[in-house]
Design a protein around this ligand. Structure first.
Ligand code: AKG
Ligand code: FE2
Length: 243
């Protein structure tokens, strides 16, 4: 680890894994199983035009047991390398995010050219998120940047503005009382917040970079450019929570 940057809403570590650990995880990731994120129907974390990213199963790491598990089976290799490494900086992460988490998830995502992830905040039930970039190389023109706003927003800001002004009766009739994703008819509080401020940070998905994002900061992945060719944007991402 040779560079740490702390910004508005994020904390970033470069050269996070040793070179041999990175190679081992890259080898493992090529043999991982992936499915299309929409294979079970529309997963609304992604907008209609966000393309077709792939995801692995979600693993869990507990600070209490110090084990990575998949459906209660203990994993000792591959993705466990990252669990252990993140756990070594847990004091620092608790300092940044607050101390009330003791576990985190780990899911691998492959974003092929043309895919991305629209503006969102991570689910308010989590204490924060991390993303680790695992592809062997990334060029500045390949897109896929992580953008983060400078201005925090109330989580669950994804409903249209007129819904927040609507009567209780409208909400009762719809059966919907909250939520951060969907087709978003009209301007949402999130969009207004991002656009009013209109400024933020971009973080390139540099290989071996770990980024921590606070829950109340809107962020997105800009679509991977065609110039990335057949190099997918490969990340391991997860959320910090109480087990
Ligand atoms: O991959 C990234 O850079 C961000 C991913 C993200 O925001 C998410 O999965 O919620
Ligand atoms: Fe996110």
């Amino acid at each position: 680890m040779n560079k740490v940057v702390k910004g508005e809403g994020y904390l970033m570590f470069d050269d996070f894994l040793h070179q041999d650990e990175l190679l081992a995880i890259q080898l493992y990731l090529q043999f991982e199983n992936y499915f299309l994120v929409h294979s079970q129907g529309w997963s609304k974390s992604w907008r209609m035009n966000d393309g077709e990213p792939l995801a692995s199963m979600s693993y869990m790491y507990s600070l209490l047991t110090e084990k990575t598990t998949l459906n209660d089976n203990v994993i000792l290799q591959g993705i466990h390398i990252l669990s252990v490494k993140i756990s070594t900086i847990s004091a620092r992460l608790r300092d940044f995010l607050g101390a009330d988490w003791n576990a985190f998830s780990l899911t691998t995502f492959l974003y092929p050219a043309g895919s991305g992830l629209g503006w969102h905040e991570d689910d308010g039930q989590y204490k924060g998120a991390y993303i680790f970039y695992a592809h062997p190389q990334w060029k500045p023109d390949w897109g896929g940047e992580l953008f983060i706003t400078h201005q925090s927003v109330n989580p669950s800001a994804g409903l249209p503005e007129q819904i927040y002004q609507a009567s209780e009766e409208v909400l009762r009739m719809s059966g919907i009382t909250g939520g951060a994703v969907g087709p978003e008819f009209g301007w949402t509080l999130r969009e207004r917040n991002i656009f009013d401020d209109g400024i933020g940070t971009f973080i390139s998905p540099k290989p071996n970079r770990l980024v921590i994002v606070k829950p109340e900061y809107s962020h997105c992945i800009k679509k991977v450019d065609v110039s990335a060719g057949d190099n997918p944007r490969c990340s391991i991402a997860g959320f910090f929570h109480i087990n």
